[in-house]
Design a protein around this ligand. Structure first.
Ligand code: CP
Ligand code: NVA
Length: 299
């Protein structure tokens, strides 16, 4: 099994059960050797703090090992094909995590790999993030909550849309015109939501999205690779800032952010450091959820 899209996950509730167990065991000092002798290679084309560290620690805590590889210092950076890279790595390691710009590159790697491939973020999706965020929501609230995502219709938003629909949680997305999630993502999310009895809605009004919501989620306005658009984006996204005025319109909402945050841009200090913020629980849960994922894929 690969995890390229959050839609690849079968039986999310079992994965969450396992993550909950790992979290509990970590607290009481239980150690595991489930992945003894196993190696995860991690290729990064973009920067990372949480994804890199949580995967590396997850492998260590399961008795395995990981290798950090930078795309630009691999032969990939000098033009070796994704196909040959995938075939070679498949002879050495037991799993491959990759963070890349183009989603199609991760699909291509997976096509030529004989080992499980995990998407550690592409321009289209961030499935590991959304899975651990849903786990966090289940832990601290429930899927009866209404989630409002305010900001850019980006990779994180896409995976949250699909994931919320899968678990049957209502999601309302507010983005500026021209920065909506791709039509293909919205229509798949709506199709799934129809089967799970949840609602997917899209608006250009942040106040409409957060009206009576239980959780507000935001992400940066300038994702990795969009630095040249920064000036324009800061202007367009300004009305979508998650600040105390916006938060007042929710139902005493929890505040979520995948991090890294640009404080003072998409979210104010007051909100991200406020009593309803759960951003560091989200960050912590990346570890527990990914342990569950690695257990499922590599054991
Ligand atoms: N949220 C997340 O993926 O963080 P990093 O970019 O630090 O890995
Ligand atoms: N949307 C952000 C998420 C970072 C974890 C980016 O792609 O840069």
């Amino acid at each position: 099994m690969n995890l390229i899209s959050i839609l690849d996950v079968k039986d999310i509730s079992l994965l969450f059960e396992r993550a909950k167990q790992f979290k509990k065991e970590k607290r009481i000092g239980v150690c595991h050797e489930y992945l003894h002798g196993k190696t995860l290679a991690m290729i990064f084309e973009k920067a990372s703090t949480r994804t890199r560290v949580s995967f590396e620690v997850a492998m260590n805590q399961l008795g395995g090992h990981s290798i950090y590889l930078e795309w630009k210092t691999m032969q990939l950076g000098r033009g070796e094909s994704l196909k040959d890279t995938a075939k070679t790595l498949s002879r050495y390691v037991d799993g491959l995590m990759i963070r890349a710009y183009r989603h199609s590159d991760v699909v291509e790697i997976a096509k030529h790999s004989d080992i499980p491939v995990i998407n550690g973020l592409t321009d289209l999706e961030h499935p590991c993030q959304a899975l651990s965020d849903l786990f966090t929501i289940q832990e601290l609230r429930s899927f009866d909550a209404k989630l409002a995502y305010v900001g850019d219709g980006n990779n994180v938003c896409n995976s949250l849309l699909l994931g919320s629909a899968l678990v049957g949680m209502d999601i309302s997305v507010a983005c500026p015109k021209g920065y909506e999630p791709p039509e293909s993502i919205i229509s798949i999310a709506k199709e799934i939501a129809d089967t799970t009895g949840s609602k997917v809605s899209l608006t250009h009004d942040p106040f409409e999205a957060v009206a009576d919501c239980d959780i507000i989620y935001t992400d940066v306005w300038v994702s990795m690779g969009q630095e040249e658009e920064r000036k324009r984006r800061l202007k367009v996204f300004r009305p979508f800032q998650v600040n105390s005025e916006l938060v007042k319109h929710g139902n005493d909402p929890l505040i979520m952010h995948c991090l890294p945050a640009k404080r003072g841009e998409e979210i104010t200090d007051e909100v991200i450091d406020g009593p309803n913020s759960i951003v560091f629980t989200q960050a912590e849960n990346r570890l527990h959820l990914q342990k569950a994922l690695l257990f499922r894929l590599l054991k």
